[in-house]
Ligand binder design. Structure first.
Ligand code: ATR
Length: 288
């Protein structure tokens, strides 16, 4: 990669940010397509977010990914927000369009692409989604449009019922929300086609935890875990052993990054290159 006087700068802002995979994924894509772009990570504290967004405009930074804890707060400093990001009250991608800062959210579309590109079409399916945090909300908004039936289970049940109600109102679809418990999981899994874990259960360092008891997993189920560290979660291992189809969290990570790449460059993202870069970085981080 050669940096020139015309190199366009993209990046990710968050706090903490040292462990982000985005520079590895995005720079691999820019290099592969020989685009004169570079991608950097910026640690931005909450109190400095406004200055950071002024800096984006002032320096002509072309695109940003936005991660914890800024996804909601950043909306106050943008000129335009697309309808999905507006519904989610969360932006993960900003495009600087000649000084106009435009916000998007690619989490939901990343999850949908992860399913579709792996041969799973959620339309007409019964989906069981675990979690009701930021990622779960984005996935639920996307999948509620496609699925025949969507059930949300969350440790804090009020968050699941509130999100279900919000989706019912916005989309006119009957989404159900309830408490995440061994009982509710077992009951709902019986007739589900697709299980998505959007909780942080199983994330490193709790590698051997799973939100679902292995005996309830079955061969006619597709399981997508959005946890990508470890690459193969306990839930993924158990699902594979039960004969279920498994889609790893790396897929959603890569596809939401690919959607951001397309917003910034207007070019189709080299998804396979991005996937390899993500896997290399994850393996490198583990072996450190
Ligand atoms: P993200 O932006 O990644 O979605 P988040 O908004 O903090 O992160 O959401 C984390 C999700 O994981 C929530 O659904 C959380 O449940 P609560 O709403 O009850 O907090 C869920 N979660 C985290 N730890 C959990 C645990 N030990 N058991 C069950 N659910 C858990």
């Amino acid at each position: 990669m050669t940096i020139s006087g015309k190199t366009r700068v993209c990046g990710v802002i968050g706090d903490p940010i040292e462990h982000t995979l985005s520079p590895a994924i995005q720079n691999a894509a820019f290099t592969h397509l020989k685009l004169d772009f570079v991608f950097l990570a910026f640690r931005v504290k909450a109190v400095e977010l406004e200055d950071a967004m002024r800096g984006m405009r002032g320096l002509g930074i072309h695109g940003l990914n936005v991660t914890m804890p800024h996804k909601k707060a950043v909306t106050a400093f943008l000129d335009e927000i697309d309808s999905t990001a507006k519904f989610l009250c969360a932006v993960n991608t900003v495009l600087n369009d000649n000084g106009r800062l435009c916000g998007f959210n690619t989490d939901g579309v990343g999850a949908l692409k992860a399913l579709q590109e792996n041969g799973v079409d959620p339309s007409g399916k019964k989906v069981l989604l675990l979690g009701a945090g930021g990622a779960a909300k984005a996935i639920a908004f996307q999948l509620a449009k496609e699925a025949e039936e969507l059930v949300l289970l969350n440790r804090t049940p009020e968050k699941a019922t509130e999100l279900a109600e919000l989706l019912n109102q916005a989309l006119g679809k009957e989404v159900k929300g309830a408490m995440l418990s061994p009982n509710t999981i077992q009951k709902n899994l019986r007739d589900s086609d697709l299980l998505v874990n959007a909780t942080s259960v199983g994330m490193h360092p709790n590698d051997n935890q799973s939100p679902v008891a292995r005996e309830w997993l079955k061969p006619d189920l597709t399981v997508m875990d959005i946890v990508y560290n470890p690459v193969e979660t306990q839930l993924a291992k158990d699902a594979k052993a039960a004969g279920a189809r498994v889609i790893s969290g790396v897929e959603m990570l890569v596809h939401q990054g690919a959607a951001s790449f397309e917003i910034w460059t207007g070019r189709p993202a080299p998804v396979e290159v991005m996937r390899k870069a993500a896997m290399w970085k994850l393996v490198e981080d583990v072996s450190r």
